[in-house]
Write a protein that binds this ligand. Structure first.
Ligand SMILES: [Zn+2]
Length: 169
């Protein structure tokens, strides 16, 4: 699987496609996941979804900076949502743009990890936001579709200023 060298930017229609389920976790997919994790880290992102590298498949990689490190979630399905909260979001496909999105506070998600093992996890905080943001990408939905328009603003692009508090997914 060939991935783009850079994260696909807003305006590219691949970001609006509905992605297809992954049928098998092959060695080729594992290699692609490793490349995506590198690109995510280079871009200072906390999440990167397959369409953001030109692939219309249902998976994403994430690393919210906790002790669990970087992983993939394949064929993610949010099976439970608990509570709601507003959180500021950005997106590697729209660098420097931020806005407040109403999300579920906590989610329970199922899927497969990068080794093809079944996963079921309850996520809160940044990981919960990340999972919801990335899963939306797999349905062609972007955070600007959901953000309160009055809160949309431009800010610093992560990586150019280590003091930036905004996270991009
Ligand atoms: Zn995004």
């Amino acid at each position: 699987m060939e991935i783009t060298k850079e994260v696909v930017k807003y305006g590219n229609e691949v970001l609006r496609e509905k992605c297809e389920p992954v049928e098998e976790v092959t060695d080729e997919l594992k290699q692609t996941i490793a490349e995506m994790i590198d690109l995510m880290h280079e871009s200072n992102g906390v999440g990167l979804a397959a369409p953001q590298v030109g692939l219309t498949l249902r998976f994403f990689v994430y690393d919210v900076g906790d002790d669990k490190g970087a992983h993939a979630l394949i064929n993610p399905k949010i099976v439970n949502k608990i509570g709601v909260r507003w959180d500021s979001e950005g997106c590697l496909s729209m660098p420097g743009l931020y806005g407040d999105v109403l999300r579920a506070d906590k989610v329970v998600v199922t899927g497969l990890d990068e080794n093809g093992n079944k996963v079921r996890m309850k996520a809160s905080g940044l990981l919960s936001t990340c999972i919801q943001h990335e899963t939306d990408h797999l349905d062609g939905v972007l955070f600007i579709d959901k953000a309160d328009p009055e809160t949309l603003h431009t800010g610093k692009v992560p990586g150019r200023d280590n003091d930036s508090e905004d996270e991009e997914e």
